[in-house]
Design a protein around this ligand. Sequence first.
Ligand SMILES: NC(=O)c1ccc[n+]([C@@H]2O[C@H](COP(=O)([O-])OP(=O)(O)OC[C@H]3O[C@@H](n4cnc5c(N)ncnc54)[C@H](O)[C@@H]3O)[C@@H](O)[C@H]2O)c1
Ligand SMILES: O=P(O)(O)OC[C@@H](O)[C@@H](O)[C@H](O)[C@H](O)CO
Length: 384
Amino acid sequence: MIALQFGAGNIGRGFIGALLNQANYEIYFLDVNENLISELNKRGSYIIELASEKKETITVTGVKGINSAKQTDKVIDLICQADLITTAVGPNILKIIAPTIASGLKERFKQSVQPLNIIACENMIGGSQLLKEEVRKSLTDEEKQKLDQYVGFPNAAVDRIVPLQTHEDPLKVSVEPFFEWVVEKTDIKGSLPNIQGITYVDDLNPYIERKLFTVNTGHATAAYLGYFKNIETIDKAVLDPFVRPILEGALAETGDMLAKTYHFDRSEHQKYIDKIISRFENKQISDNVTRVARSPIRKLGANDRLILPAKRLMEFGQKPENLATAVAAALLFDYKEDQEAVELQEIIKTKGAAAALKQYSQLDENDPLTKLILEKYEQLIKLK
Ligand SMILES: NC(=O)c1ccc[n+]([C@@H]2O[C@H](COP(=O)([O-])OP(=O)(O)OC[C@H]3O[C@@H](n4cnc5c(N)ncnc54)[C@H](O)[C@@H]3O)[C@@H](O)[C@H]2O)c1
Ligand SMILES: O=P(O)(O)OC[C@@H](O)[C@@H](O)[C@H](O)[C@H](O)CO
């Protein structure tokens, strides 16, 4: 069986690749990073190290690399043969890889009616369905019908903390022991891929929202406030006396929102929150706040981990004081090596924070949430 994994980065190698290898797939990593690709082809394997006391290692074998920017013909040929396609490239990259996937599917439809599933493993709601819409843009009506008939785009939630890697070995990847991969059954074509570690569910929404609005909301809160306090790593940020209460407060707020939305048992959800905070405290992982805070424009998006839960809480009549503080801290994230942070600061400098919330979070100036965020923003500025 052949699996194509778009993105040979931290999660691609540190999580998806490991499970695909254990399920006996021949894995082709498709990436634009030539160094990664040549190393994968030179060695055909790589090491995963668990960030635990014992530092257990896993060797992932049977891997090859393709530079998807230069070897388009090979990518198209592989898409014709593939049994499964997965992605971990970043939400903003899905629209960039979609035309290549479409070109491959055009060829596949000429020679095969084998079902194929394409699973976007990105930190966003509806990633696979967004990729499907992008792929459809390059297809004829007849090809669109075949897409609907033979190709599944099941949404997924993936959870494993994989920080930036600092090993001499460019393929070695250190990861936390915990992992969770939840895939929605409904859009699967053919039989469910037999991959140990995947949990198949009928409705992904409760799972992706619980993950995104607990793990990623907590992570973003700790990262932006940690950066505000000049703290370098997440494990230190979550222990800081200024950051910790806001982190716990923000997760209490999203916990209330999720419980009201999905009727979760609140005490059970509190155990999920506590587990996640203990993952953040893991001293075996050195996770820079600048990685977790990366792409602030994406993270300030209307449907992302800070704004959506805050808006939903307001609709429930609850003021998201702590989430508003996290958003305010995101507006102060001015890390010069992060292109989105540079763009965000430019907008704030030239048009003001309210304009940035309007442009990036679709929040109107008169929205009560905007007012609350700007209040917190002014408070943080006074503390600087
Ligand atoms: N790192 C984590 O802890 C983690 C955990 C869960 C989910 N995620 C999600 O997984 C996705 C990837 O995150 P990551 O941390 O692995 O990032 P990463 O930067 O380590 O990996 C992304 C990879 O995609 C490659 N890429 C970029 N443009 C490409 C293109 N056009 N074609 C092919 N490859 C391309 C990059 O070269 C890079 O190797 C994101 O959606 C992220 O939110 C990350
Ligand atoms: O990957 P991002 O940029 O969406 O978010 C940064 C981190 O919160 C994220 O990578 C987490 O480590 C991951 O989602 C844990 O499952």
